[in-house]
Design a protein around this ligand. Structure first.
Ligand code: MLT
Length: 260
């Protein structure tokens, strides 16, 4: 990790910077297949959000906007210029906040398995309960609550080892990072008004078998973003970049070609 940066990250390849932001409660390693498969002709950068992976400590204030500012500040420190930003799930909430706060930074936007809306009151209550559980039992509480829903049935059948890989990634995260992210997600504003204001070329990607964020949320975003492209990944659940890396990389590479 270069000394000037507060965020841990992996970087592969040379060319236009493509920044991949992970969801909750993961780290940059969910993008391994993209670091490997897309770095021919692009510079692929995958940071850990504050409080996750190797980016410790976390945020002073749990706030989605603060994650967005951290990504924007880090990309400026690295002198990346304009970036193509892809955000997965919570990383998508961060990407939408960044689109609102730093629109000039974006040369392209990719929203993966995410949604524009804020949490419902029931959703917020669920976050509070999960934060209490995590304080008592650590990251195992997120595994118990989320792992059964994260992967598509076809993925589990085809690649049984993926369940352990995802579990290990979740168990590596710190209690403090997880709790801050739960608070940040619960407090995040509705990004629906942001969608119509997005100027950067955009791509929305979703797994057809996502049991965490229904594919109708992707369709909603596509219908509100001007000229958005849309790719459904058949049989993938909430982690299409890991579950169907080849299809995912094809979709992203084809989008990147339209930006040249
Ligand atoms: C994620 O994958 O980032 C989370 O499932 C998002 C959320 O809990 O809203």
């Amino acid at each position: 990790m270069p000394e000037q940066s507060q965020l841990n990250y992996s970087r592969r390849g040379k060319g236009r910077p493509v920044v991949l932001v992970h969801g909750f409660p993961f780290d940059h390693t969910i993008w391994e297949a993209q670091l490997e498969g897309l770095s021919d002709g692009a510079s692929i950068l995958a940071p850990d959000l504050p409080g996750f992976g190797g980016s410790r400590p976390g945020l002073a204030e749990p706030d989605i906007e603060a994650y967005a500012d951290a990504i924007a500040g880090w990309s400026k420190e690295l002198r990346l210029g304009t970036i193509i930003l892809a955000g997965h799930s919570m990383g998508g909430y961060v990407a939408l906040a960044l689109a609102r706060r730093h629109p000039k930074l974006l040369a392209g936007l990719v929203l993966v398995s995410t949604r524009a809306g804020a949490d419902s009151e029931t959703g917020r209550e669920g976050r509070r309960k999960m934060a209490d559980e995590v304080m008592k039992r650590g990251p195992q509480a997120t595994v118990d609550a989320m792992l059964p829903k994260l992967l598509g049935a076809v993925t589990r059948e085809r690649d049984p080892g993926i369940v352990d890989r995802v579990r290990e990634t979740m168990l590596r995260q710190s209690k403090e990072g997880i709790v801050a992210a739960l608070q940040a997600m619960a407090a995040r504003p509705d990004s629906t008004p942001t969608l119509a204001a997005i100027q950067a070329p955009s791509l929305v990607v979703a797994g057809t078998d996502d049991a965490v964020i229904p594919i109708t949320e992707a369709e909603f975003m596509v219908s509100h973003i001007k000229d958005a492209r849309y790719t459904q990944i058949p049989n993938a659940g909430h982690l299409p970049m890991m579950e169907s890396p080849e299809e995912f990389n094809r979709a992203l590479a084809s989008f990147l070609r339209t930006l040249r």
